[in-house]
Design a binder for this molecule. Structure first.
Ligand SMILES: Cc1ncsc1CCOP(=O)(O)O
Ligand SMILES: C=C1C=NC(C(F)(F)F)=NC1=N
Ligand SMILES: [Mg+2]
Length: 218
């Protein structure tokens, strides 16, 4: 699969991000609306744990599999291995990407959060398949984000790594993500602009159509 195309509209969700609908209904609507990849990110206040988390992950994975949408697990490498996920996303304070690669093998997707050129270099050398950079704008979805970064770090990493897959994250909406793409991101990752709106399908369709205007092969 072409990772850059998978990064175009990368939906991230946990049960506590869903405002108006049952989580599985939100994911179904996002898939119907045209998301290109999904990250299962069950963390923060009220997050499911243990068997309930595992079952929710399996239910999300089933919806993604039926639609050929790659399914990535945030942080929890053991859960990813247990359910046969397509990959894992780790942050700077999680397992090193090199160790994750040893555990997952070559044919899985490994994403790493990066905030600086230095962190991007380290992630790329460790064998990451993509990096997530942000937060581009202010967000209340993740309470312990780094300071709002704008698109500078994306631009700097793009200048040093012209072809490496980069996805932007943080406060992204249909009406504000274009600068991140112009700075060099291959796609956008979204939580609240899809998960917490009254009509997730419609919101996703708007993101997809806007992305097509910005990237003509999207
Ligand atoms: C997980 C994460 N990492 C940096 S910002 C963020 C939250 C993005 O959520 P939203 O798309 O609702 O701003
Ligand atoms: C903190 C995060 C930063 N970036 C990404 C992604 F968009 F997938 F790269 N996911 C996260 N959970
Ligand atoms: Mg993490």
């Amino acid at each position: 699969m072409n990772i850059k195309e998978a990064l175009r509209i990368y939906f991230i969700m946990g049960s506590n991000n869903c405002g108006h609908h049952e989580p599985l209904d939100v994911l179904k609507q996002a898939i119907d609306g045209g998301i290109t990849m999904f990250q299962f990110r069950e963390k923060g206040s009220g997050a499911l744990i243990g068997e309930a988390k595992k079952q929710f992950a399996r239910d999300c994975f089933r919806l993604c599999k039926q639609a050929n949408v790659p399914f990535i697990v945030n942080d929890d490498v053991d859960l990813a291995i247990e359910i046969g996920a397509d990959g894992v996303h780790v942050g700077q304070d999680d397992l090193d990407a090199g160790i994750v690669r040893q555990k997952l093998g070559q044919d899985k997707i490994i994403g790493v959060s990066s905030h600086t050129l230095q962190e991007s270099k380290a992630a790329i050398e460790a064998g990451a398949d993509y990096i997530g950079m942000g937060p581009v704008y202010a967000t209340t979805t993740k309470l312990d984000t780094n300071p709002v970064a704008g698109t500078t770090a994306i631009q700097e990493t793009r200048e040093h790594f012209p072809q490496f897959p980069i996805v932007a994250i943080g406060g992204l909406q249909a009406d504000n993500f274009t600068p991140a793409i112009e700075a060099g991101a291959d796609g956008i990752s979204i939580i609240s602009a899809i998960a917490s709106v009254p009509n997730p399908k419609e919101a996703t369709e708007k993101l997809v159509s806007t992305m097509k205007e910005v990237i003509n092969d999207a």
